[in-house]
Design a protein around this ligand. Structure first.
Ligand SMILES: [Mg+2]
Length: 392
């Protein structure tokens, strides 16, 4: 069966998240990676308005300032981007598609079992959901291989969508400069230029023997581009062999909550869910990330702690410390999320007797919940919320 792979690539991801969180930055050139007036860093990302002035990621902030002095400079806030990426991943998982998170803002999805009409529908649905929820856009390419799907997603950025059928591929590649192929870097491009190969069309004319003779393994990869062959397989996120990178739970409330006690209770509830999943996967986490949408402003921070834990009570304590750091004078919370990151296999080594006892209580609770169903037993502090807790 022919493969059909969707590549979702978020558009100017970090900059778009910043623009969505701070609407005043919308439509302005925005550069993520340094504070205003401090230009000794590099550009982590920039908005399309800044790109129009010639600014690119990886450029020094000083050069970016020279090109675009009117740009708004903001420091990178990785927790915000990780949180959004995790939420996009959850959203895609909810659509029952399988795939791989290739980076913080790129996803490969396997659509081999769908016909073109259904994959188009799925692509539009994903784009729409992301836009509705986060007010940011992503571009999608669908093609028989990862490399072609990636090229198709790039083709119509931002907010693009392109489906490449096998019959369209020779035409699509014909005049494309070889350096447009992800994976062909400056060194390989130079070598191809020396052979008078400038376009993917010209590359496609060369034989497998010639290319492998010149470039070895890379030669057979180059030969396969036009023939829809590639050596990479998708590493499915639900593959039991792969440990998760983070475990998170979030919830959007029907009614905003206005007291700290209720906010804390929800954080505790989400911490319970995160802790349970960590224990199920035999993992513990060093990093905790708290996200809150308060008064339509997204507050998000990640902290890494000295020791790893899978204890929901401890996760909750750590998330509460982050909540304190937001210094909110009052609460109008519409959504919250707790995420555990920096995961490692659980070691279950206890230095103190009370830790051993605590572990005994936790594993007894897990056993009861496994046997009698989720939430058969839970900390008393959650009683008020137990009647409308989210589905795990
Ligand atoms: Mg991107």
């Amino acid at each position: 069966m022919n493969k059909r792979i969707m590549h979702l690539d978020m558009d100017a991801f970090f900059a778009s998240v910043e623009q969505a969180v701070h609407p005043a930055y919308k439509g302005k050139p925005l550069i993520v990676g340094s504070r205003p007036g401090k230009y000794n860093t590099v550009v982590a990302a920039c908005s399309y308005e800044a790109k129009a002035c010639g600014v690119t990621s990886g450029m020094s902030a000083r050069q970016a300032f020279r090109l675009c002095p009117e740009a708004v400079f903001v420091p990178a806030d990785s927790s915000k981007y990780i949180y959004t990426s995790d939420e996009i991943l959850e959203m895609i998982r909810d659509t029952c598609l399988r795939g791989e998170r290739a980076s913080i803002d790129e996803f490969f999805l396997d659509m081999s079992e769908d016909d073109p009409a259904r994959s188009l529908e799925a692509a539009m649905c994903i784009k729409q959901k992301i836009h509705q929820r986060f007010h940011i856009t992503g571009s999608i390419g669908i093609a028989p291989t990862r490399v072609l799907a990636k090229m198709a997603a790039k083709e119509k950025k931002p907010d693009g969508l392109m489906i490449l059928e096998e019959k369209d591929i020779p035409g699509f590649l014909k005049d494309k400069p070889v350096e447009k192929v992800p994976g062909i870097g400056p060194a390989l491009r130079e070598q191809l230029h020396l052979l008078s190969v400038f376009t993917c069309g010209e590359l496609g004319e060369l034989s497998l023997d010639f290319l492998t003779g010149k470039f070895g393994k890379a030669g057979s990869w180059l030969w396969g581009i036009r023939r829809c062959e590639e050596p990479y397989e998708i590493k499915y996120w639900d593959d039991p062999e792969l440990p998760p990178k983070s475990i998170s739970h979030s919830y959007t409330l029907e009614k905003e909550i206005r007291t700290r006690a209720l906010v804390e209770m929800w954080i505790r509830l989400l911490s319970e869910m995160v802790g349970y999943r960590l224990r199920k996967d035999n993992l513990e986490a060093k990093g905790i990330h708290l996200y809150i949408r308060d008064n339509d402003i997204v507050l998000s921070r990640q902290k890494s702690f000295y020791s790893s834990t899978f204890d929901a009570g401890e996760i909750y304590k750590r998330a509460s410390l982050i909540l304190d750091s937001f210094r909110l004078p009052r609460f109008r919370v519409k959504a919250l999320g707790v995420c555990a990151s920096y995961l490692s296999p659980a070691e279950c080594v206890y230095l103190f007797e009370q830790d051993k006892k605590r572990y005994g209580v936790i594993s007894a609770m897990d056993k009861i919940n496994d046997r009698f169903g989720d939430w058969s037993i839970f900390p008393a502090v959650l009683t008020q919320e137990a009647s409308h807790r989210p589905i795990n």
